[in-house]
Write a protein that binds this ligand. Structure first.
Ligand code: PDD
Length: 286
C-alpha cells in the first residue's frame, strides 16, 4: 500500500505530493510542527499537542491554514487512510510560498499544511525500555528559542547523528553553565543521588514537551519526589536513574551517559513505573 499524505487540501500518494521550492519552510525552516503518537489507532495527547501548535504559530505570527476542527479531522483521516495502528502523525505548517526574501512576506500568503502518518515498530521502543539506552552530552549549539517547536532543526539533526555514530540513542545538550537542557528530540530527566526526580523548568532553553507535561502529574499520583530544577552533567553522571520522554519514545530509561554507567546500568524503578503509568493511562484515549 502506498502512503497517502495530505498537502494543502488534497490527499495524494506520497510520490505525487509536492511542495513549492519557494515554500518558506524549505527556504528558511520558517515553520512549525507537531508529532503525536498513535496507539491502537487513537491519537495520544492530541489536545496539548494542538495547544502547543497554537502557541508555536502565535510566536511566529503564522495563521492557522485551516480551522482546528478541520485539522483534527485531517489528522484522523490521514491516520485512517494509512491504516496506522501504532505510530506517529506529523503536522507541519509553514509561512507559505513567497518570493525568497528574509522578512515576512507582505500580503495574504496562505500558510502551507502537510500531514503525514506512519507506523512505528513499537516493539523496538518496548525492547529499549527493557534494556535502557545510552546518551551522550554535547555543547548547546541551538538557537535561543528552543521553546518554539520550529522546523529549524539542523543543530538537533547534527547532534542526533553524532550520538548515533557514538553508539548512543540520544544527545543531551549542555548549556554554558554546565547544565543539561534537553535531548535532540526528547526531554531529559534524572533521579538524583538524593532520590529526587528532576527535569529542567520551562524556559526558552527547552521545548515544553507534551509527554513531559503529562508525566508530571503522574509523579504526584505515584508519590515520586519531583522538582523542576536543572541538573549538571556531573549530577546526571552520578544519578540513580536517567530517562528521556517524547511522543515517539514515551519514557525510555538511559543507562549510560558519555560511556559511564548510570546506577547499575539497568532501567530503574522510577522510569519503569512512569513508563507503565503513562502508557497505562493512555489506553483507549482518542
Ligand atoms: N520531538 N525536545 C525536543 C527538542 C523535541 O523535538 C521533542 C519531541 C521533545 C519531546 O516533546 P513531546 O513530548 O511533545 O514529543 C523535547 C518529536 C517527537 C520529533 O521531533 O519527532
Amino acid at each position: 500500500m502506498s502512503r497517502i499524505v495530505y498537502v494543502n487540501g488534497r490527499y495524494l500518494p506520497q510520490a505525487q505530493a509536492r511542495v513549492h521550492i519557494d515554500d518558506r519552510g524549505y527556504q528558511f525552516g520558517d515553520g512549525v510542527y507537531e508529532v503525536c503518537a498513535i496507539r491502537g489507532g487513537m491519537l495520544i495527547d492530541e489536545a496539548p499537542h494542538l495547544k502547543r501548535l497554537e502557541r508555536s504559530l502565535g510566536e511566529l505570527r503564522i495563521a492557522w491554514p485551516v480551522g482546528v476542527e478541520q485539522l483534527r479531522h485531517v489528522m484522523r483521516e490521514t491516520v485512517r487512510r494509512n491504516r496506522v495502528e501504532n505510530g506517529l502523525v506529523y503536522v507541519q505548517i509553514t509561512r507559505g510560498v513567497a518570493r525568497r526574501d528574509h522578512p515576512f512576506p507582505a500580503g495574504n500568503v496562505k500558510p502551507s499544511l502537510v500531514v503525514t502518518a506512519r507506523s512505528l515498530a513499537i516493539e523496538n521502543y518496548d525492547r529499549w525500555a527493557e534494556t535502557g539506552v545510552a546518551a551522550m552530552t554535547l555543547p548547546e549549539t541551538r538557537w535561543a528559542r528552543c521553546d518554539i517547536k520550529s522546523t529549524s532543526l539542523l543543530a538537533n539533526v547534527l547532534a542526533k547523528q553524532q550520538a548515533r555514530e557514538a553508539g548512543a540513542f540520544e544527545a543531551w545538550f549542555v548549556d554554558r553553565e554546565g547544565l543539561v537542557t534537553e535531548g535532540a528530540s526528547t526531554n531529559a530527566w534524572i533521579v538524583d543521588a538524593e532520590g529526587v526526580l528532576r527535569t529542567r523548568r520551562l524556559d526558552h532553553a527547552i521545548l515544553p514537551g507534551v509527554t513531559r507535561g503529562e508525566i508530571i502529574p503522574l509523579c504526584r499520583q505515584h508519590g515520586i519526589a519531583f522538582e523542576e530544577r536543572a541538573f549538571s552533567v556531573e549530577s546526571a553522571k552520578s544519578a540513580r536513574e536517567a530517562f528521556v520522554t517524547s511522543a515517539s519514545a514515551g519514557v525510555i530509561p538511559v543507562v549510560s551517559i558519555d560511556g559511564g554507567k548510570i546506577g547499575d546500568a539497568k532501567p530503574g524503578p522510577v522510569a519503569r513505573a512512569l513508563r507503565a503509568a503513562y502508557w497505562g493511562s493512555r489506553q483507549g484515549i482518542g
